[in-house]
Design a protein. Sequence first.
Length: 468
Amino acid sequence: MPTVLGIDSSTQATKAVLVDAESGTVITEQRAGHPEGTEVDPNSWLEALETAADGLLEKADAIAVGGQQHGMVLLDENDDVVRPALLWNDTRSAPQAASLIEDLGGPGPTVRRIGSLPVASLTAAKLRWVAEHEPENLDRSARVVLPHDFVSHRLAAEGTPWFSDRGDASGTGYYSTADEDWDTDLLHLATGGRPLELPALPASPQQVMGRTARGAAIAAGTGDNMAAALGLSLRPGDLSVSIGTSGVCAMVAEARPCDPSGTVTGFADATGRFLPMTTTINAARILDVSCAMLQVDAQGLADLALASAPGAGGVSLLPFFDGERTPDRPQARATLHGMSTSTTRADIARAAVEALLCSLAGGIAALEERFASTLPGGRARRIVLIGGAARNEAVRRLAPAIFGREVTLAPAAEYVALGAARQAAWALAGTNEPPQWHLSGSTTLEAEPTPQVLEAYRELEERTETWT
């Protein structure tokens, strides 16, 4: 029985799953935590990998890594780390993102070239920030790679060339989804002309890019969002809503996305298609912050929220606690609106859950509007809910009401690691399409729509647009 190892190197932890390559059955899964923060030593990911994959690497016939997107890992000529990696959730480079767009002639030309509008999260903006604020670090650097590239390379036998994939590359700001290749002119624009080496890209998504010292195949790997789509076996027109550290709405598409507004990021996926998505920085943390404020645990927050009526007694929360990416308001802060002497703890709890889901509903609407002509009735074929916060009872019960339709709740699983494992199995088999793994245990969620809640949220979002 061939087995494959899927690795999820996320913001919070490394998760490793050993899987039957033919059936997709999980044999074993292990994890190890990562340091907190928006800039982290990449070597800490390797320490976590050593713990999470202990006893599993030698059992795998093939391996692939799914990693957090956008992180900037600078390496010197000896492949040693130059400075801590700036992660996707570090928004200090917002001014640099804006200046890149200006240098490229504005939003339209930028999106037509890259596929996405640079924001603070993207790697290119982080490189320009380093060029402006830490030029000595950029002068010491010989190459720039992404988190999943870094982990994949350290798994490979000595002498293996650096490699990446089109999915994760499309989130850098210096990869062209039109040309399906790195755009080195854009890289030089970000670095102020300093040359940096980039990893090789696979000729096909199932290509074996290297091998471990003991001979196990290593697939290209990909970004975490692309790996999750692969793990969920999403088809064109399917839309996933992931509620974790970030909130991600992603839809598999055949056509190349191009949204000059920047709301929809036009990423590539790990299969040769595209994965347009919207991303919010504030997702599960909305519930965490609310739990802390109300001094309850997750179940207590859910109980409180469900004790209040739709609309939370007129209370609306704009949950931009640490700035926001969608909409692009990196300096914004949260706003609680509509409180009165009759406002209860239950109202505040419900406002928090409604805010989380309203924020994600905006992402769903943006994707459906952009791809309306390719979707039956202008709507996604189905909405699949995943992520840690999707286990919250209030989130599950309110999601179909806020989204205004039936929602599929996927069973709890490590979908990024599963997607990486599926890619590894694909590379092992060498077939044209990835293996068909059956996903069982999904639940259908239904509720009466509450459009008035979404309307109140959007009104607050518009009224506070100029606030910081």
